[in-house]
Each structure stands twice: as C-alpha cells, then as structure tokens.
Design a binder for this molecule. Sequence first.
Ligand code: HEM
Length: 411
Amino acid sequence: MSIKLEHDSIYPKIDLFSTEFKHQAYKFYDNLRISKPIYPFTLPNNQKAWLITRYKDALMILKDKRFIKNPYTLFDSNQLKDIIPVQEMEVLISHMLNSDPPDHNRLRNLVHKAFTSKTIENLRGQVQDIANDLLDSLKYKNNIDLINEYAFPLPMMVIGKMLGIPEKDFRQFRDWSNTIIEAGNLPDKMHEALLEINSFRSYLSKLIKNKRQNPGVDLITTLIHAEDEGQFLTERELHSTIFLLIIAGHETTVNLIGNGVLALLENPEQLERLRENPNLIKSAVEEMLRFYSPVELTTNRWAREDIMIDGNKIKKGEMVVVSLASANRDQNQFKEPQKFDISREDNKHIAFGMGIHYCLGAPLARLEVEIAINTLLKKLPEFQLNNQKELSWRPSYLMRGLDKLPITILY
Ligand code: HEM
C-alpha cells in the first residue's frame, strides 16, 4: 500500500554527510539532547526524517519492531526512487541489514556461525600475524599515514581472507567502498558513483561464478552452498550479503583503529596507561567505541504505523535515524561522558547497535582492534601526530572516520 510523504519546509536541512558537520557534530548533539531530542529535519535529498539523540530513546527505537528496515514493503515504485536513487544499487542491498523478520532471521542465520565468538577466537593467530607483518614492513619509516598503511589493510586482509577473495584485489575494494560510502544515498553523488558501483557488481559476479567452479574453504563458498531449513540464498541475496560483509567487515574497523589511536594521542596520559598496562586493552577498546563511535548514525528505519514518542508524532512512512555517537555521550547514561577513560566501568555503549540488527561482526571487530592497538604500542616505541591541521573527518552519512592519520615515529 502506498502512503503520502510530505516535505515540510519548516524542517531545517542538515547536511549530515559533510566534513563541516562532522567537525561540530558532538556540540550539535549535546544541544539537541537537551533542547529537542526527537528532532525533525530534512536530509540533503529532501527526505524528511527524525534524528534521535538520547540514549534511552535510541534503545527504545532500535528494539521497536514498528520501525522497519525494508523500504519495499512500505513504499510504491515512485517513492522508492527517492530512497534508492540508483537502480544499479538494488542488487546490492537485499541483505539482512535491510530486511525484517522472517527474511532477516533466514539471512542472518546463514552466516551467523562464521561470526560467533568461538569461531572468531580461532582467528587470533592469523590476525596477530597480519598485524606483525604490516608493522614490520613500516620499520625505519619515519612518517606514515596510519590509516593507509595499517588501519585499512589489516581488517581488509582479515575479511578478504575469510571470504576467499584474492589478495591482489584488496586495494581495489577500498576505492569501491569509499566511493559508495561517501555517496551515501544522495542522488547526484550516486549517479557519479555509477561506474564504481557497476565495476564492483561485475567483480562480484565473476568472483561468485569462479567460486562455483572452484569451491574453496571460505565464506563465499559456504554461502553458495548454504541452506537453512531447505532455503538457499537467492542470487540477489548472495550478491548483497557478500557486498554487506565486505563493506561492514572493513570500513567500520578501519575507522575504529584510526579513531581509537586519535583518542589516545589526544589523551597522552591514557596512552601512557595503556602502554604500561596492555591488559587494559579490552576496556580501552570499549571506550574507543563509545568515545568516537565509528558508526555515527544507524541505517534508515521507517515507521510502519503512526508512532508517538515523547509527544512527537512520527507518521507512518517517516524515517528515523539514531545517532549512536550522541547516545554514547549522553550525560544521563555515562558519568563524565566527554572524558576519554580507558578503564571506564559499566560502559554500556551502543556503538554496535541494539536489537535484531546488533552487529554480527562485533566479536571479530573487537579481536582485530585489540590486537591492532596493542601490537602498534608494542612495536612502535613512540609516535606522535605529525600535522594536526591535516586531520579531517571523511564526508560520510553513516560513518565517523579519518581521511588520514599522519604520524611521526620516533625510534
Ligand atoms: C568497529 C567495527 C564495527 C562497528 C562499530 C559496527 C557497527 C555496526 C552497527 C551499529 C550495526 C547496526 C546498524 C543498524 O542497526 O542500523 C552493524 C550491523 C552489522 N555489522 Fe557491524 N560493525 C563493525 C564491524 C563489523 C564487522 C567486522 C563485520 C563483519 C563482517 C560486521 C558486520 C555487520 C553486519 C552483517 C551487520 C548487520 C546485522 C543485521 O542486520 O542483523 N560489522 N554493525
């Protein structure tokens, strides 16, 4: 059934994608949590949405089944053009993160086994070897970009090997996913990104064809043969799931390594504590997740029916976006939320989301980042930020991550 979406000009337009917004976002959220925690606004593509900034509302909405993820069940084909501006993307987005039960359960169950804490723990040695090799290859370089030379290749190699992607192709994924992530859902940018989207699609088709002919011991082969209560993945779901695992499997973790090192450099006494006591790494990583949450805003959710929250009527078909970054700095949930404290107790951050879409890769992300940070501190005796002025947050709708992290290593 189709519903009418209104565009109301009194709702301010906010460019959540821009680097400028990213630089002042935390101040903006601090004000909103006090003045207008359920905030109506207009996205740059003219879609009307509600921005949720308080921890308690974030939890409630992420667990509420009346907010749904699959736009195809709610909108007609005309309205879908605004939501999915580029038809070529359709084959890449039929994955669990855009699905509701029962499809969601089926799509998630098919890959769940590969990501349990127990399975992931078996990768510890492999992740440690990757971290060692990457850092050894930097030996005697004085100036490096930590994002390019460490934070990006580490998770890309891990997820690439899990999926069974040839190593020579890893670099190419960065360009594809950067372009797609930075385009967000903006029609103009999506059209500009068309070339990249198409080459990513045809790469995936060839890869899947190849795996059908030459099965390996890897996740793509498992997915091709996966069966859950008699149901296989459709061809479209297979493409989309691999696309999701590649993007979710490295973009976010790159950002957590970069943001985490930045937080340590901005708080040298915390860096010193971690160097002296590497056992603090688990709580340090949780604090990094809270402090500069790599997924700043959740993916889109739509109200399946009219829903009242705190006196605000969210009408059927309207979109909500939860700011995990804001919820994770909520003064009503965290003591001294603006303080970066690597031994923070009772740190119930929601950087991995909440509810049925809670991050499937959380155990893998935690393992990778614990190893990445502690190995970095062990192998590099001392390093400092090279040029503060060069620091810039990438323009992106969902993510918070640095473009570059230039550091000087002191041997
Ligand atoms: C620091 C790293 C990571 C962070 C902060 C993160 C964060 C998130 C968040 C917030 C969501 C939910 C989004 C929403 O509800 O709109 C999510 C979902 C997901 N993440 Fe992660 N993620 C990380 C790493 C990973 C890794 C390494 C993988 C592995 C492949 C992964 C796979 C997924 C998948 C498949 C979903 C969809 C789950 C579902 O819909 O049921 N993530 N992640």
